[in-house]
Design a protein around this ligand. Structure first.
Ligand SMILES: [Fe+2]
Ligand SMILES: [Fe+2]
Length: 299
């Protein structure tokens, strides 16, 4: 199956296969029809770690789109304005698929409303357009970090149910394709500031977003586990710590890349992802081989 830009393409421009291209792919993963409890290796802790990320996405991605689109009419750089358009279409498709993903979680009995509530509330508190783009830039770096780890260590999804694996591969790839857009908008929005003022604002926003992500994520874990009848006691938290920080160390692997954001010379383009993007595109094509988005996925 060949993957092409579709109705969501950037302003009808012809697209090349360059790794910096932002290619919106209008794919349906039918997660609701293929919903599955403990879809990752029949392991409640591993599944909770990834389902917990999806809780942030519908509200988060709507927030990112609005934050960047606010700047489109003010940009002198029209190429960046076109990139925002491609970015917004990718994130809109992600929003749609993760809304369905979260509905599937709800169908399985999880209290999605209670878990999503603090996400919407915390994003809703950020009203200032510059603060919104600072938050978007920080969170885009976190999503690019998770995506890089997914594409570098594809074995993390080896035991995943097919529909979920396809969705996360697709999402990881597109996050890498658009990883620099929010940063470029932030640079344009703060062009009259000193580099130190911009730097302090950027790292303050990252600190605030990491703190609120960890607070909401960890608060949601007991709500999620209630449905599985699992008590989040010592044994649970030991395993959680082991998986995230020791082996395989899902979060530990992310730390060096997150630390890069704290460099005054940070630029998402400093890490060359051409090879990773190429591998991601090949992986997605392989995943979608023989898959019809209009039919129920085979799991
Ligand atoms: Fe996304
Ligand atoms: Fe994104």
């Amino acid at each position: 199956m060949t993957i092409e830009a579709n109705d969501g393409g950037v302003a009808g421009e012809p697209r090349s296969s360059d790794e910096w291209d932002i290619i919106p792919r209008n794919l349906h993963f039918n997660i609701r029809a293929n919903r599955q409890r403990h879809w990752l290796g029949d392991d409640v802790v591993k599944t909770a770690l990834i389902d917990g990320l999806s809780i942030f996405l519908p509200d988060g991605e709507r927030f990112f789109i609005r934050s960047l689109k606010h700047y489109t009419p003010h940009l002198e750089d029209r190429a960046l304005a076109a990139e925002i358009n491609g970015y917004a279409v990718q994130e809109a498709f992600h929003t749609r698929e993760h809304e369905e993903y979260n509905l599937a979680m709800k169908d399985l009995g999880y209290d999605v409303e209670a878990m999503e509530k603090p996400v919407g509330a915390s994003l809703g508190m950020v009203k200032n357009p510059l603060h919104r783009v600072l938050a978007t830039c920080a969170i885009e770096h976190l999503t690019a970090t998770f995506s890089t780890q997914t594409l570098r260590h594809p074995d993390v999804l080896d035991e995943a149910a097919a529909a979920y694996r396809r969705l996360w591969v697709w999402h990881a790839l597109e996050e890498l394709e658009h990883k620099a857009v929010a940063y470029d908008v932030l640079m344009a929005a703060t062009k009259d500031m000193s580099s130190w003022q911009r730097y302090l604002m950027r790292i303050t926003a990252m600190n605030a977003n990491i703190a609120s992500f960890l607070f909401i994520f960890l608060r949601n874990i007991p709500i999620y586990l209630r449905t599985d009848g699992v008590k989040p006691g010592f044994r649970f938290w030991f395993r959680f710590f082991w998986l995230t920080m020791i082996a395989p160390g899902y979060w530990r692997r992310c730390l060096p890349m997150i630390a890069n954001y704290y460099s005054p010379w940070f630029n998402p383009r400093n890490s060359d992802d051409a090879d990773l993007v190429r591998r991601g595109r090949e992986w997605l094509e392989k995943e979608l081989d023989g898959y019809s988005p209009t039919k129920q996925a085979q799991v």
